[in-house]
Design a protein around this ligand. Structure first.
Ligand code: SF4
Ligand code: SF4
Length: 406
């Protein structure tokens, strides 16, 4: 078997992208090289766990099986039956959506966009003010439950070059309607106390709950837009890389721990997106100081059990690592090592989110003051101050549960 690389962008496409995005990329801190090529979903580590013998093991199979109720439980605090029960219950709505077209090879929200449940209305509402319509969409996104909403242009570099048919993991076309012009990006805050219990199956409930929430939110907001007479394709992890769109939409900045750090919730968010042709004004992102902070901090890399995060400077990934997008200078994890650790745990890990100094409750004045310091030239002082407290200490899962005994 030959291993598919992420190559495929011809010189004309590269030139076109450079002409269109060089200025914006420089402002955002996105750096692509001439080796850049859009990502092929088949190379995503979770997809490889089904077709690539170098990734698939008995442990990865057991990891996926544990998300069903017949899971065997591990010994230890945070890995007992009720921990897995809460995690799996949190995933339920997302699972219902992602399983509904399994017979057609489409795992909606993960390996295929979420199917439209509402036809596009034959009559279009007039949109003569895209800025006003953008404000309306942000308000409606908030009404359905999104914690942050940003809007950017449809930059096709981040669209998957191909997606997979989950019946046999063959590559197929990744289609979107040809009229798409904008991407609405939504952030969904993960529960702070549950995140504090990573690593544990209990903590996975923070992830599952947001996937279930975001599935409902993208479907509802897309249905609203379709009822206005415009195309809207609801999407979670499928169809395109969400991180560049979140950065372009001004929601935050990319960090060493592979996450986008937002000023509102730090790294403790998940993102969803909607592709649309509704006329919308676009937000403008920019560097806010997160990358400069990561330049002097390695807390996430130090805390990572399999040492899957880089300690050094941003770099273009080795082309042999097919799970890393080619031709982008950034901090890149060893996705196989990271997922191998998840498989051992039988649950997702986000220790690198928990220990990050930006993982704070920014509803508190002192944390907002710390944020101002961290994003300023006094960032070394902010890093030193972070090391003085108990902020990153793990909450024992049994202590989380004991709150319901009180
Ligand atoms: S999720 Fe866990 S294993 Fe993966 S990079 Fe973060 S700390 Fe490391
Ligand atoms: S722990 Fe430090 S280096 Fe890692 S993402 Fe957070 S701020 Fe950046």
């Amino acid at each position: 078997m030959s291993w598919p690389s992420n190559s495929g962008a011809d010189a004309a496409r590269q030139r076109d992208w450079r002409r269109k995005y060089a200025k914006e990329d420089a402002a955002l801190g996105i750096e692509t090289t001439e080796d850049f090529a859009p990502f092929r979903q088949r190379n995503d580590i979770f997809t490889r766990a089904f077709w690539d013998d170098r990734i698939r093991t008995d442990e990865t199979d057991a990891f996926f099986a544990s998300y069903r109720m017949q899971a065997t439980y591990r010994k230890g605090d945070g890995f007992r039956q009720r921990d897995f029960a809460l995690r799996n219950a949190s995933w339920l709505v997302s699972d219902i959506i992602s399983n509904r077209s399994a017979a057609d090879g489409r795992r909606e929200g993960f390996q295929a966009a979420i199917a439209a449940d509402t036809p596009v209305a034959e009559t279009q509402v007039d949109v003569d003010d895209p800025a006003r319509m953008a404000a309306e969409i942000k308000r409606i996104g908030g009404f359905f439950g999104a914690d942050l909403v940003g809007i950017t242009d449809f930059d096709d570099r981040w669209l998957y070059e191909s997606r997979v048919d989950t019946r046999d993991y063959s590559e197929i076309d990744n289609h979107l309607p040809g009229t798409i012009t904008s991407v609405i990006v939504m952030a969904h805050e993960m529960d702070r106390e549950l995140v504090a219990t990573y690593p544990s199956a209990l903590a996975g409930a923070a992830t599952g709950r947001e996937y279930s929430h975001e599935a409902a939110i993208v479907m509802q907001l897309a249905a609203y837009i379709r009822n206005l007479g415009y195309q809207a394709v609801p999407s979670m992890n499928d169809t395109a890389l969400v991180i560049p769109y979140a950065i372009k939409a001004g929601l935050g900045e990319y960090a060493r721990n592979q996450l986008v750090i937002t000023p509102e919730f730090g790294p403790r968010v998940r993102f969803s997106k909607i592709f649309t042709d509704l006329p919308l004004a676009h937000d403008r992102g920019g560097k806010i100081g997160v990358g400069a902070f990561c330049d002097i901090c390695t807390r996430c890399a130090e805390a990572c059990p399999p040492k899957a995060l880089p300690f050094g400077e941003r770099a273009v990934s080795d082309s042999a690592d097919i799970s890393a997008i080619g031709g982008v200078r950034k901090w890149t994890s060893d996705a196989a090592a990271c997922f191998g650790y998840w498989a051992k745990l039988r649950s997702d890990c986000a220790i690198c989110m928990r220990v990050c100094p930006f993982n704070r409750d920014f509803g508190r004045v002192r944390n907002r003051l710390w944020l101002r310091l961290a994003l300023s030239p006094l960032r070394r002082l902010a890093l030193w101050l972070d090391g003085r407290g108990k902020r990153a200490r793990r909450l024992r899962p049994r202590d989380w549960w004991s709150q319901s005994d009180a």
